[in-house]
Design a binder for this molecule. Structure first.
Ligand code: TLP
Length: 348
C-alpha cells in the first residue's frame, strides 16, 4: 500500500487547488467592512445569482452563517425546531442558546428528514405564557444521518405550511450542492421556499474557508450587522473569496464523482464481515456504518485503520463516518476498503 494517507474524516480536509491558489494570489481586494472588496462583492453577487436571490453575504464558516441566520429571525426566549442529530444542535457550541438566546426544540427521526406532521406537533401553542416557536431549521444533506437528502416536494411543503403558521424556515445547506446533484435539480429550485439559506464553500466545493448566506436584500442587510456583532466583519477578504469563487464555479460539476465514490465505498464495506451498512441508503458523499459486531469500539477501530493510513471519524461508540471529496479518488476508496477488510479479518 502507498504510504499516502487516505483522509476520509470529512470533505472539509481538502487543500486549495493550484487554480485557487493562483486566484488568491491575484485577487483584487479592498476593505470589505466599507463594502469595497471587489472579489467579495463578486462572490456574493454570483452566489445570489446562482440561488436566484436578491443578495448574498460571505461569512467565515457554516457555523457563523447558521448563527447569523438564527439571530436575524428570532428573539431571545423563542424556540427553534430542528432535527435531533442536526449540526446546529450538536456541533455549534450551543451557540443558538448561548449567543442567540433561543431554545432548540428537537425532533427525533431515523434518517434526519423531518415531516410537517412531526414539526407541527412541536410548534408551541400561541399562548402568552408559553415560549413561542419562531423558526424551523432543516439540514440538507443531513450530515450525521449519513448525507440524506430531503425530497424537494417535502421541503417545499414544510416551508409552505410553516409560512401559513407565521414561522420562518432556515436551510442549513452546508452540502446543498450535494443534495441538488442527487436530486438532479438546481440549488435555486431546491432552496427557493426557504427564508434563509446557508451553504459552505469549504466542504465538497473545495474552498479553504467560508460560507455564504443568501436571501432577500433586506434580510442580508440585517445579517451584515449581526455578522459584524459576531466579529465577522473581515477586511481584505477577497484573498479568500477568490478561492470561494473558483469553488463555486467549478466545485458543483464534479460532486457526482464523490457520490459515485461513496457508493463504491459503501458497497465494498457492506461486504466486510462485522460491518453493518445498507449501501442503498447512501445518497451523497457521506457513509456511516455500524461496527458493533466487530466487538471494537469506533475509537479502537479508527486507531487500527489509522495505523494503516486510512482515516474516518466516530459518530458514536458503535458507528463510524467516512466522507468522500475531491482529494480522494476511486483507487483511494478501493484501497481504504481493502485496508479495512484486512484489519477486520478474523485473527488480525
Ligand atoms: N460539519 C463538519 C463537522 O463540524 C461535523 C463535518 O466534518 O461534517 N452544517 C453542517 C451540516 C455541517 O456539516 C457543518 C460542518 C456545518 C454546518 C458547520 O460548518 P463550519 O465547520 O464551516 O462551521
Amino acid at each position: 500500500m502507498s504510504s499516502q494517507v487516505i483522509d476520509l474524516r470529512s470533505d472539509t480536509v481538502t487543500k486549495p487547488s493550484a487554480a485557487m491558489r493562483q486566484a488568491m494570489a491575484e485577487a483584487e481586494v479592498g476593505d470589505d467592512v466599507f463594502l469595497e472588496d471587489p472579489t467579495v462583492n463578486r462572490l456574493q453577487d454570483r452566489a445570489a445569482e446562482i440561488f436566484e436571490r436578491e443578495a448574498g453575504l460571505f461569512v467565515a464558516s457554516g457555523s457563523m452563517g447558521n448563527l447569523t441566520c438564527i439571530m436575524a429571525q428570532t428573539q431571545p426566549g423563542q424556540e427553534v425546531i430542528c432535527e435531533a442529530a442536526g449540526h446546529i444542535y450538536n456541533y455549534e457550541m450551543a451557540a443558538m442558546t448561548a449567543v442567540a438566546g433561543v431554545l432548540p426544540r428537537v425532533i427525533n427521526t431515523d434518517n434526519g428528514i423531518m415531516t410537517w406532521e412531526q414539526i407541527s406537533r412541536a410548534v408551541r401553542p400561541k399562548i402568552y405564557y408559553r415560549a413561542q416557536t419562531a423558526l424551523i431549521s432543516l439540514e440538507n444533506t443531513h450530515n450525521m444521518a449519513g448525507g440524506t437528502v430531503y425530497p424537494t416536494r417535502l421541503a417545499h411543503a414544510i416551508c409552505d405550511r410553516a409560512h401559513e403558521a407565521g414561522l420562518k424556515v432556515h436551510l442549513d445547506g452546508a452540502r446543498i450542492f450535494n443534495a441538488a446533484v442527487h436530486l438532479g435539480q438546481s440549488v435555486a429550485e431546491v432552496s427557493k421556499k426557504f427564508d434563509s439559506v446557508q451553504f459552505c464553500l469549504s466542504k465538497g466545493l473545495g474552498a479553504p474557508v467560508g460560507s455564504i448566506i443568501v436571501g432577500s436584500r433586506e434580510f442580508i442587510e440585517r445579517c451584515r450587522s449581526i455578522r459584524k456583532m459576531l466579529g465577522g466583519g473581515m477586511r481584505q477578504a477577497g484573498v479568500i473569496a477568490a478561492a470561494g469563487l473558483v469553488a463555486l464555479e467549478h466545485g458543483p460539476e464534479r460532486l457526482h464523482i464523490d457520490h459515485d465514490n461513496a457508493e463504491i465505498l459503501a458497497r465494498g464495506l457492506a461486504q466486510i464481515p462485522g460491518i453493518r451498512l445498507d449501501p442503498t441508503y447512501v445518497q451523497s458523499n457521506i457513509v456511516i456504518y455500524d461496527i458493533r459486531e466487530t466487538k471494537l469500539s469506533s475509537k479502537e477501530f479508527l486507531e487500527r485503520i489509522a495505523r494503516r493510513n486510512v482515516l474516518g471519524v466516530p459518530v458514536d461508540p458503535e458507528r463510524v463516518r467516512m466522507v468522500t471529496h475531491l482529494d480522494v479518488n476511486r483507487s483511494d476508496v478501493e484501497n481504504a476498503i481493502r485496508v479495512i477488510g484486512e484489519v477486520l479479518r478474523p485473527g488480525m
